[in-house]
Write a protein that binds this ligand. Structure first.
Ligand code: PLP
Length: 403
């Protein structure tokens, strides 16, 4: 059997995605399995930024707030709102998830002595925010252990149920866990938070562009995301969704012109004079994926890559164990697996040095595992190369074996 005949897609489709990859600046000899950390923007998006920057610089005074960039930023807000199932007045355009989580975290008044419920796998910057707030406001942090992997979405809800009480003022959870790639049932977790009178705050850093999202259906209070990950937007572009009832309640961390201008969530936009081109081109990044067909082509292709990767890891790597469910209601474009007795960070060093494969190893629950991000610029051959390289490294390099 040839490698290609193992791949569950037709040759024409493989050729289609291979042409798409050429629309990125990614180097030909690099296998990029790290889009979860930062996604590469496609050439048309970057070329548009450069074009806008040139136009702007020709007359910076008039083109700052005037007819060039502001309308494009508003178009981006509208396109993003449509993409995530809400209205533009609930979207603040911020720099990233870190900023998006800080706005309600620091801006709401939390009852002293109340509990903050979060899992043991929240992102370190988010944990840092709540550790700081707990000290400032006298809150108790209550971490629930996430099952790795859970056997059903119910297991995830039960983990939070075990930690929630009527003293919980906020539940902080991820839509897609940065550790294993686990996709959490955010509607059920929101319901659980609300049943206890707590605020539901979602870290959606990895979800937008990976998982279908209809915020009007989820009903959470806040949802923050970084568009420079799976949406492949320019860097320093993110958003905060806030339910309408909070739009005048959150104390602004940074106060500027937009405090006076509007009651909409845009009053929490990143503020003051700055380069507007990244936010102006967010809409182009969304259009780029919609034009290919995010729902009809990109998502099925990426789910296929993840499925293949998980199956190949189990079949071809001795001692491999998945830390993400096969079930696609709990997984997306991130796959993760451990290998018994192997030092995975060390393997990552060899993967980059000897094979130009970019991937990361992460730890949680006393386990170390590869976190592999596969987007539509990746191919089935990339996965074969990755699996073969791991086996070669394990066979050749004594220092990757733990004793
Ligand atoms: C789950 C999660 N939350 C928050 C962040 C922070 O994102 P940013 O650095 O874009 O603010 C990350 C970054 O990787 C993440 O994975």
């Amino acid at each position: 059997m040839t490698a290609q005949s193992r791949h569950p897609i037709a040759a024409e489709e493989a050729a289609y995605w291979s042409d798409i990859r050429k629309q990125f600046y990614l180097m030909d000899d690099v296998t990029y399995l790290q889009g979860g950390t930062v996604g590469p923007s496609a050439r048309p998006v970057i070329e548009r930024i450069i074009e806008l920057m040139r136009e702007f610089e020709a007359d910076p005074l008039h083109r700052r707030h005037g007819d060039l960039l502001r309308p494009l930023v508003e178009q981006s807000r509208e396109k993003l709102a449509r993409f995530v199932g809400t209205t533009p007045d609930r979207i603040a355009l911020v720099l990233n998830t870190t900023m998006g989580m800080n706005i309600p975290g620091q801006g709401l008044i939390w009852e002293r002595g109340s509990d903050v419920l979060l899992s043991d796998q929240e992102y370190p910057a988010v944990r840092a925010l709540w550790t700081w707030l707990a000290e400032r406001d006298g809150l108790n942090l209550n971490y629930v252990p996430l099952p790795t992997p859970p056997s059903s979405p119910r297991d995830i809800v039960e983990a939070y149920e075990a930690g929630i009480t009527d003293n919980t003022s906020v539940v902080v959870f991820s839509h897609v866990y940065f550790t294993t790639g686990l996709v959490a049932p955010i509607k059920e977790l929101t319901r659980l938070a609300h049943a206890h009178g707590a605020v539901a705050m979602v870290d959606g850093a990895h979800a937008v562009g990976m998982v279908p999202l209809d915020l009007s259906d989820v009903g959470c209070d806040f949802y923050a995301s970084s568009s420079h990950k799976w949406l492949l937007a320019p860097k320093g572009v993110g958003f905060l969704y806030m339910d309408a009832k909070y739009q005048n309640k959150v104390r602004p961390v940074v106060i500027g012109h937009n405090m006076r201008e509007t009651d909409a969530a845009s009053r929490y936009d990143v503020n003051g004079t700055r380069d507007l081109t990244p936010h102006a081109c967010l809409g182009d990044a969304i259009d780029y994926q919609l034009d290919i067909g995010w729902e009809s082509r990109i998502r099925p292709y990426c789910l296929g890559l993840a499925r293949y990767l998980k199956a190949q890891a189990l079949e071809r790597i001795r001692g491999a164990r998945l830390t993400i469910p096969m079930d696609e209601s709990m997984s997306g474009f991130i796959s993760s697996f451990s290998i018994e007795g192997i030092d995975l960070p060390k393997v990552c060093e060899y993967l980059w040095k000897d094979y130009k494969i970019e991937v990361t190893a992460i730890g949680a629950n006393d386990l170390s595992f590869f976190r592999v991000s596969t987007h539509f610029y990746d191919s089935y051959e990339d996965i074969d190369r990755f699996i073969s390289a791991i086996n070669e490294i394990i066979a050749k390099q004594p220092d990757v074996h733990l004793d």
